[in-house]
Write a protein that binds this ligand. Structure first.
Ligand code: ZN
Ligand code: ZN
Length: 350
């Protein structure tokens, strides 16, 4: 075992602070990664604050990890020392249930091992995430990051990226489709970039007119202000697909009214109760509402390759790990365009 530096929260009210953790020795099928950058996801904040009532302390968050391979086990041929790689929300799964066989490890029926705050099969205790110097991960859960991408801006692809790419890909969004992205935050801004790169007629749907200009810069062809009833009426029954990234409970009825017959709205942001939905919102037009959670490893690699081809990365603001608590305060106020990424040099050099 190796002791390394990390940042952790001790309890739900605590600030994150320096902490030492242990990583396992590199096993036969392991890849040891020197962490260069780690994105700051809203889930990090939820887990630190125990919002989902399942946090185990100390919590070392971080599941948007980019780094260089430091060491590989004897059974690893796909990666070599120095490769640019990524680790997302998952570090292991059973590999034998029907979900795993279908490359949907995020839905592993025997419980996937999440990058942090999950039972650690090797060392006991629980897993620690990317707010740390290095991580040792089974080769099946390590992703190749295209070398042409800006490595720091690629970090958020590992969670925000796959969360928005997966539903667009699964529901078959294609060139010419009218796609609405609801909410412009860490997830929404990636949704716009992907829908645009897939050739869709991409519409940003937001409550705030002030976000219009930014949305267009990110690739939106048009902006629909959801508070404007006349505009909402104009767009009624016209969308082939809606990606709903609103992170909290809300009324979905006005958005369902935007869907074309047989079209689907997918929720990726709200992990909490939603306002009542009127049955008529779906029955009239055979509409669907569905949910989606990140993506499996195969699809995450596809997403990264797509990003390499279309030069898609996140819009980021770099921070030092010492400023993480301030970044959390700002994240809570949605005061970031559009993702914080921690430069891990700040942890190592301290
Ligand atoms: Zn995340
Ligand atoms: Zn499984």
């Amino acid at each position: 075992m190796t002791k390394i530096k990390a940042y952790a929260a001790d309890n739900k009210d605590a600030n994150l602070k320096p902490f030492e953790i242990e990583r396992r020795e590199t096993l036969k099928d392991d890849v040891k990664i020197d962490i260069m950058y780690c994105g700051v996801c809203h889930s990090d904040l939820h887990q630190v604050q125990n919002d989902w009532k399942n946090s185990v302390y100390p919590v070392v968050p971080g599941h948007e990890i980019i780094g260089k391979v430091l060491e590989v086990g004897d059974g690893v041929t796909k990666f070599k020392v120095g490769d640019l790689v990524g680790v997302g929300c998952l570090v292991d799964s059973c590999k034998s249930c029907s979900a795993c066989e279908d490359n949907l490890e995020q839905f592993c029926e025997n419980g996937a091992t999440w990058t942090y705050n999950s039972k650690d099969k090797h060392l006991g205790g629980h897993t620690f995430g990317g707010y740390s110097e290095s991580v040792t991960v089974n080769k099946e859960f390590v992703l190749k990051v295209p070398e042409n991408l800006d490595a720091k801006a690629a970090a958020p692809l590992l969670c925000a990226g796959i969360t928005t790419y997966s539903p667009l890909a699964y529901w078959g969004v294609k060139k010419g489709d009218k796609v609405g992205v609801i909410g412009l935050g860490g997830l929404g801004h990636m949704g716009i970039k992907f829908a645009h790169a897939m050739g869709a007629n991409t519409v940003m749907i937001t409550t705030s007119p002030s976000k219009s200009e930014d949305a267009k810069k990110l690739g939106a062809d048009a902006v629909l202000i959801s508070k404007d009833e006349a505009q909402m009426k104009e767009h009624a029954n016209s969308f082939d697909f809606l990606l709903n990234t609103i992170p909290v409970g809300h009324d979905m009825n006005p958005y369902a009214a935007l869907l074309k017959r047989d079209a689907t709205m997918v929720i990726v942001g709200a992990v909490e109760p939603l306002d009542p939905l009127h049955g008529g919102s779906l029955i009239m037009g055979r509409k669907s509402i569905a949910g989606s959670l990140i993506g499996g490893l195969k699809e995450t690699q596809e997403m990264l390759d797509f990003c390499g081809e279309h030069n898609v990365v996140s819009d980021i603001e770099m921070i030092d790990i010492q400023n993480i608590n301030e970044a959390y305060d700002r994240l809570q106020k949605s005061d970031v365009k559009y993702r914080f990424v921690i430069d891990m040099k700040s942890l190592k050099n301290n």
